[in-house]
Write a protein that binds this ligand. Structure first.
Ligand SMILES: Cc1cc2nc3c(=O)[nH]c(=O)nc-3n(C[C@H](O)[C@H](O)[C@H](O)COP(=O)(O)O)c2cc1C
Length: 165
């Protein structure tokens, strides 16, 4: 069934921005899982959640309420096919279409437990030698934030949405 709503959850704003971009491009309304108006139970949705230690936040809750047709995970890691296979497995995505979107990192916007969880990771990334451009960009993001968001990453999601109409 073609999704009639986009539902997302976002802690520091990157997933919310991707959901907004998809809503504008597709004409399908987007809703924040955490607040406000929500689509009726059972609605076919496209779900977007941010990645937290390999898990797509909000996905379990979304699955209980709606008919999730496809899933986007927003993380800070570089796209790698082998990581995608693991995400599909660890999040029980089965045959659902799945899209990885690279978001960013905003340390100043992290709150509570999420800030604590990232402290050891931050120390180890900043201690490691940064030889490649990618490693330097990652260190910079851990130090003062960074974004890898782009419109282009949405093209396969928009193609999939078009095919459902
Ligand atoms: C506690 C924590 C765990 C994270 N785990 C992952 C991860 O497993 N893989 C990844 O690619 N990014 C991970 N990230 C980075 C976020 O997924 C990334 O910053 C994302 O863009 C956040 O989206 P948001 O702004 O919508 O909250 C983690 C971030 C935090 C704070």
């Amino acid at each position: 069934m073609a999704p009639s709503a986009i539902v997302y959850t976002s802690h520091t704003g990157f997933t919310a921005r991707y959901a907004g971009m998809l809503a504008r491009a597709s004409g399908i309304p987007s809703y924040d899982l955490a607040s406000g108006e929500q689509p009726p139970a059972g609605t076919s949705i496209l779900f977007l959640g941010w990645l937290c230690a390999g898990r797509i936040r909000g996905l379990a809750k979304a699955r209980r309420r709606w008919s999730v047709q496809a899933v986007c995970a927003v993380g800070m890691a570089e796209y790698k096919p082998e990581n995608t296979a693991k995400l599909i497995q660890d999040n029980n995505l089965g045959e659902h279409p799945f899209f990885y979107l690279r978001g960013g990192y905003a340390p100043e916007r992290l709150r509570g437990i999420y800030r604590l969880m990232m402290a050891p990771m931050t120390r180890s990334v900043l201690r490691a030698p940064a030889e490649t451009q990618e490693q330097r960009a990652m260190q910079e993001a851990f130090r003062s934030g960074g974004s890898w968001m782009s419109e282009e990453q949405l093209s396969s999601v928009l193609d999939w949405l078009d095919q459902q109409r």
